[in-house]
Structure formats: structure tokens, C-alpha cells
Design a protein around this ligand. Sequence first.
Ligand code: SF4
Ligand code: SF4
Length: 378
Amino acid sequence: MNLHLDDKELASCVSCGLCLPHCPTFRVTGEELLSPRGRIAAMRAVQWEGAEVTPAFVDAMETCVQCRGCEPACPSGVPYGRLQEGVRDTLAAERRITPRWQRMAFAMLPRHRLLLVGSTALAVAQRARLVPKRLGLPRLPLRRPKAVRATGTEAWLFTGCVMDAWQRHTHRATATVLDHLEVRYAVPGSGGGCCGALHTHAGLLPSARQLAERVMASMPGDAPVLVNSAGCGAAMKEYGHLLGTAEARAFSDRVVDIHEFVAERVHLLRPARHMGAVLVQDPCHLRHVQKVHGAVRTVLTAVAQVLELDDDGLCCGAGGAYSALQPDLAGDIRTRKLAAIDRAGGGLVASANPGCAMHLAAAGATVQHPIDIVAAAL
Ligand code: SF4
Ligand code: SF4
């Protein structure tokens, strides 16, 4: 099978193995095939040598968390994320991954009203103990606060799909912080409800491209697009690559993680109280993809004592829908993160990605979004 990968990108790996300690699936299994180097070797065997796409090959690709922890560790600059997305695009088109039930679930994400109703039904089912614990879902809210409303046009506040359904309180907190900074914001118009990150992860690139076009159309103009979900922000900063147009590149340039935005204005924050010690957990898409994890520290330092984990930003195993689709590996990876949290003394953990926060909270950690903590201090 031709995987349709860029041969130059595929050839750029020199098999040095420096990425291996940064790969969560290699760390918990010790298997070469479940490391970046092993996965790239398997991609080469299929694309260059005509090796068969076996169940073991498919499993090696599906078990990759797509955390991209291997990218900053790589001295050859291998664009691993692009290779993995390319493989998944081909495997999904050939119906080797992402079965029908998953496609139906992903298709629900941009239908926001349906998603809100479905989330409430899921919360009720949880209370009735009808949702298997294996799925690793935290306790979902039966009620959610009112949606944020536009206050002006200086910036767009992207609210997304799952985050608005499950963690709308963080949007309210973001609005509180923006109000405090006297920044007037708009909310996306129709079609701006899902960035397509989970579709890209699942190899559904045609759907991801459609959603990207809709998101771009929902937030026209030049104002910055503020995003408080690390995974969504990373996906939107890569629209330029996903769509390959000048318009998409210009849109991506407008996308700003909320911590970057607040960090530039941190001197304007007037906290009413100090929030005590907070451990910072870096979501992979903030640290390895957007590379703006320093801004979280700048913002939190204004209201709290920031404590660090000692695991060099290793993935927590959430990976978008990964924790639900690969619960065993996701659980093993999370165990390492929880051990790092324990070594640092436990307590409140700040995580700037809803998936990481829910994954860690489902195992008993106390997790809040950094902006929730800042808003509470104001
Ligand atoms: S993206 Fe993450 S899980 Fe996948 S190979 Fe790279 S480090 Fe490993
Ligand atoms: S991906 Fe990079 S770090 Fe990993 S083996 Fe290949 S060249 Fe080395």
C-alpha cells in the first residue's frame, strides 16, 4: 500500500534513538515497534519495500498518542506528527482504522446543540452507573453555566465543542480574566463550534479540512483568535499546513493561546488573593507543538507559587480521544504522570488542556485550568 508520505520526510530519520526516552508508549512497553523510530521503520517498510499492512502495523500506528514528544527531542527535525497524520489519513481512507461508530461520534462534534443534549444524557447515564468506568470519563456536569456572550470586537474567544459542553466554566473564567484586562471579545458565529483536531487525529482529514474552513469563516477579520484548549489551539495554528492556502496561513497566524495573550498583559492583573502552591502539567500540544508552555508559568506566577514536575514534560496519556480508545495504555502512561505529581508533593494541578485535565481527574487528581485559577484569584 502506498502510504502517500513525503519520501524526504520519511528519509529524514537517522535511527539515532534519541527520541525513545520521550515516547510514552515506548516508556511503558519497552517495545521498539511502539517507539517513534520503530514506527518510522514500519512506515518505510510499507511505503518503500511493499511490506503488507498487517494488524501489528495498524496497532503500532493506532497506539501512538500523537503527543509529538519525539519532535523536540529529534536532532534531525523529523516531522513525526505530519508522518503520523499522513499514515492515518491513508489508513482511514482504506477503512483500516476509525470504524463507523467512531466516525459517527466525531460527526456529532460540530453539531453543537446535539452535543450539549448528548452530554447531558451521558451525565445522567453516569449517575445511573450505565457508563463503563473503563472509558475513563470524569464526572460530567448535569448543568452548565450560561454560554459566554460577546462584549466587543478586539479579539475572538473560541469556545469549541467538547470543552463548551463539559468545561464551560473555563470559558466563563476566561471571560472574567478578559473583562478584568478590559479586553472586549466576540464569540464565533455559526460553524465555529469544532476545530477538527480530533478528526485530524483520527485520520479524517477531509472532515478536518471542512471544519477548518467553517471555523475560519466564523471568525473573519484581523482580530486575534484566543484559544484556551491546548489541543484546539495547536490544530488551529496548523490550519496553514492542513489547507495549504495563504488564507489559512494568515488565519493560523492570528491564533493565540490564552496564556500567551494574558502573559503579555500580566502586569495589568490585580489579584485579590494568592492561590497557594500549584503544580504545572504541560499538555503536549502546548509544550511540544505550540511551544508556549512558558506563558502558563508567567500567568500563574502572578497568582500562585508555581511548582514543577520532574518528568521532563512526558505525556499524560490523554491524547484527545486516545484515553477512551486505548484505555489500557492511556492508564499505564497516566500512572507515570500521577507518580510524578506525587513526587512533587501532590495538591492542585494546573492543566491547560481539557483532555489532560479530565484524564487526570478521572484517576483522582485535583486539576484546574490555569485560567480558572487566575479567575479565582481575581
Ligand atoms: S507522537 Fe508521542 S506516542 Fe507517538 S511516537 Fe512520538 S512520542 Fe511516541
Ligand atoms: S525520529 Fe529523530 S530522534 Fe528519533 S530515531 Fe529518528 S532521527 Fe533519531
